[in-house]
Design a protein around this ligand. Structure first.
Ligand SMILES: [Zn+2]
Length: 421
């Protein structure tokens, strides 16, 4: 009998402190729905669900016919499941990690190195940069999802310099004037002026940062108490970040970076060297297999200011939404295909009136997550159909045909990660 190439997984939950608590977390809800035996503790954060073969959260295989216990072990011994191109290009390993994130308090402001820089950093400081790979990331919102992404257009930063004297104080007159003067010039001089402003902020003395932040917090609080709207300088968000990370330089980053609120299904793509932070909400996330993060603030972890200021891409841009393409072959399929080889994310939104839905066969291993709906999955190799409901996760070997029969006539929402080379 041929080994099954499609099987359900039980995925690892990470209880990082920034996660949403108990059943308010999408991660906990998915877990509770897919595994009725899972007891959700309301006083515990459920931050991330890891759907992949990462050694710190290798998914367990829920199929008694398979002798290997985890996805990582199974892939190591069944490399053809990856698809021939993926197997060669990524040396027999699954090239991506697929996740669900439920964010209650902001994650650090960060950027990820490109491959060249990752190799260099890993050689120089393996304790901070544990591997030599890049780490492009994509987040697709499941609920309203707020994040910071990329530098704002310079005009916006100049407006904040005028309206927020505490911000201007940390940047200093010289760098601020340089930024203003760069407005009419070419993109190179603008980038260099922006780098100078950002570096001034990041290299400010801690004591001065705390002083200026306290002044700003006091000013906003007083104005809000007096009934004045401070939304032109994101008063509420600043107070919220300061409450989460008192005295942290990262609070000022909201005046440098675009603030995005993604609606469900909207996405942002974080390519190498783009500064970003997730602030609040639930999303599915896909990333290349790496742990290389250079942090800038809103974190108690190691901050590498010189590397960060040096590596960032100082290209201001307003438009940071990453748009999916609608599939030509499948009217229910949207494809988020970033300009990196490591992964592609697919969203499938199938109306409940469809009795049976065929998942597109691709030449790549893939992981399918049921966010909404209930189905039974059948394949040419699976002997018995696999029941899946909200929170169910299915591994699909390369070129496998999977058909999903809707068990109830309600809409289906699925996300899938794969690698289209
Ligand atoms: Zn990141």
């Amino acid at each position: 009998m041929a080994a099954p190439q499609v099987f359900p997984l039980s995925c690892a939950v990470q209880h990082y402190a920034w996660g949403k608590m108990g059943s308010s977390s999408e991660v906990a809800q998915l877990l509770a729905s897919s595994d009725p035996a899972a007891a959700i503790s309301e006083d515990k954060p459920y931050a991330e669900l890891w759907m992949g073969s990462h050694p710190r959260g290798d998914a367990k295989i829920l199929d008694d016919r398979i002798s290997q216990k985890t996805l990582g072990q199974w892939i190591a011994e069944n490399q053809d499941c990856l698809g021939s191109k993926v197997k060669d290009m990524f040396h027999g390993k699954l090239p991506f990690l697929f996740k669900v994130l439920s964010v209650e308090t902001a994650l650090s402001i960060q950027a990820h190195p490109n491959k060249e820089l990752a190799e260099k950093l890993h050689l120089q400081a393996p304790q901070h940069y544990p591997d030599a790979n890049h780490k492009p990331e994509m987040a697709v919102a499941l609920t309203s999802f707020q994040g910071l992404c990329g530098f704002r257009p310079v005009e916006e930063i100049l407006t904040f310099l005028t309206k927020v004297p505490e911000f201007q104080f940390l940047i200093g007159d010289k760098a601020a004037t340089q930024l203003k003067q760069s407005m009419g010039g070419d993109s190179r001089s603008m980038a260099s002026a922006l780098q100078s402003c950002f570096s001034h902020l990041m290299k400010s003395e801690k004591k001065v940062v705390v002083e200026q932040l306290n002044l700003l917090v006091k000013r906003i609080s007083q104005q809000v108490a007096a009934g004045n709207n401070m939304e032109d300088i994101y008063g509420e968000l600043l107070l919220q970040l300061h409450q989460q990370y008192p005295g942290d330089i990262g609070c000022f980053a909201i005046y440098f970076l675009n603030l995005l609120t993604l609606k469900p299904g909207e996405a942002m793509f974080l390519e190498a060297n783009v500064p970003h932070a997730y602030l609040k909400g639930d999303c599915v996330e896909c990333m290349a297999c790496s742990d290389n993060t250079v942090r800038a603030g809103l974190t108690p972890k190691f901050i590498d200011v010189p590397t960060l200021c040096e590596m960032l891409s100082y290209t201001p841009s307003k438009d940071r939404l990453f748009l999916p393409a609608r599939s030509q072959e499948d009217p229910y399929l949207y494809i988020y295909d970033p300009p990196v080889p490591d992964f592609t994310v697919m969203k499938m939104q199938v109306p409940g009136s469809v009795a049976e839905y065929n998942v597109l066969a691709v030449d790549s291993a893939s992981i399918l997550l049921v966010v909404q709906g209930r189905v039974t999955a059948s394949t040419p190799t699976a002997q018995t159909p696999i029941p899946l409901q909200r929170g169910g996760v299915l591994f699909i070997g390369a070129n496998e045909r999977v058909s999903l029969k809707l068990a109830v006539p309600s809409d289906l929402l699925l996300f899938r990660a794969c690698c289209l080379l």
